[in-house]
Write a protein that binds this ligand. Structure first.
Ligand SMILES: [Zn+2]
Length: 96
């Protein structure tokens, strides 16, 4: 092989890659973020769960005059634990 031929071969495009099969596309979906697959991620414990969140937290922050609210999803056990803790605080009478 002459040196010019070797150079030409190095510049040729790589062999065509066949398009991914539907199965491969599905397995790629598995690696997508839980939100993209319709799963919720609990803001308290990070556990993934399907369906509607059992509860939501409430985050509020300001940036200048801009007030933003966010309601992160909570899984069933965290929503319950946070509700119980909140009720305990209220029953404590410590509403100062
Ligand atoms: Zn949780």
């Amino acid at each position: 092989m002459r040196p010019e031929c070797a150079k030409l071969e190095a510049m040729s495009p790589p062999p065509r890659v066949p398009p991914p099969s539907p199965h491969e596309i599905l397995s790629e979906l598995d690696e997508m973020s839980p939100e993209a697959r319709g799963l919720q991620v609990c803001d308290a414990c990070g556990q993934r769960f399907a369906g509607k969140p059992a509860g939501r937290g409430l985050l509020m922050w300001t940036r200048g005059e801009d007030v933003r609210f966010e309601e992160p999803a909570l899984c069933r056990s965290c929503a319950k634990a946070i509700t119980v803790a909140g009720n305990a605080l209220l029953e404590d009478g410590s509403d100062e």
